[in-house]
Design a binder for this molecule. Sequence first.
Ligand code: ARG
Length: 295
Amino acid sequence: MKKRVIAGILAAGMALSLAACGGSSSGSSSEASGSSSSAGTSSASTAEAAVSGVSSSSGTAVSGDMKLVEDGKLHMATNASFPPYESTTDNGGFEGIDIDIATKIADDLGLELVVDDMEFSSVITSVQSGKSDIAMAGMTVKEERKKNLDFTDSYATGVQSVIVPEDSDIKSIDDLKGKKIGCQEGTTGYIYASDTEENGGFGEENVTAYADGGTAVNAMMQGKVDAVIIDNEPAKAYVAANKGLKILDTSYVEEEYAIGIAKDNKGLYDAVNNEIKKLKEDGTIQSIIDKYIKA
Ligand code: ARG
C-alpha cells in the first residue's frame, strides 16, 4: 500500500509535470522584486519597437517580424532567487545558467540583455502583457502554461526535490502526509504539493507559499514548516549554504525547462528557438551548465 501511494504520487507528479520551488541563497530577492537592471543601461522603456529582419552579430539574418519591448534590447523576465539558474550578485548584477544562456542569445541576435527581476508568479504575465520579451526562470514547461505562452525547445532538466532538517522523521514522500510543507509561490512544486491527496498532493491547507525558495527554507529552519519542495539544483544550493539540512533520497520527477514567449511574437519565438537549437548543438549550453553544476 505504501509503495502504491508513492507510485501514485509519482505518476500524478509526472502527469502534472511537477516539481519545484525556487531558491535563493541570499534571501534578499524581494528587494530586487520588480526592478529592471542591465549592465550599461538603466532605462526601461515600455514602448514596443517592431524590429524587422534584425541581423545577428554572427551574421545570420533573423527572418520575420520580431517585436521587442525596447529597441535593441532583450528583456528577460525572471525571479533571481533560483541558484544556479539565476541569482543576484553582491554588486547588484545577475548570474547563473539562464543569465549566461540569455546573454548569449541576446548577443547573437545583436541585442543587449536586460534582466527584469520580479516574483516568479509574475514572470508569465509580464511576457504575456508585453512588459518583457522572454520568460526564463528555470521555468518548467507545463500544459497549463502553454495556454499563456509558447515554449521553446527545452534547454535543461530539473527534478523535484524535498529538503528537510537533518534530524527530520520524514524519510520518504509518503511521510510528508499531514506535515507542513513550504514552497515558492506559483511554482510547479506548489501546484503539485497543494493538490488533493488523490491527485498526489498533500492538500492546500498543508502547503504554504513563500515569495521565494530562500524564504521557504528560512521558515523551515525556524520550524514553521517541516519540509520544502523545490527543484533539485536550488535545493543543493540551499543545503550547501545552510547547516543542518539534507535532501531526501527519494524518487525524483524530471521536468523540462524552456523559454516562454508571447503567442503573438512568432518572429521572436523563431529567433530564440533557433538559438536554443544552435547552442545545444554546438555544446554552448552544456558548457554553461557545467560551469555552474559540478558533476
Ligand atoms: N521549475 C519550477 C517551475 O517552473 C520552479 C521555477 C522557479 N524559478 C525561479 N526563478 N524562481 O515552476
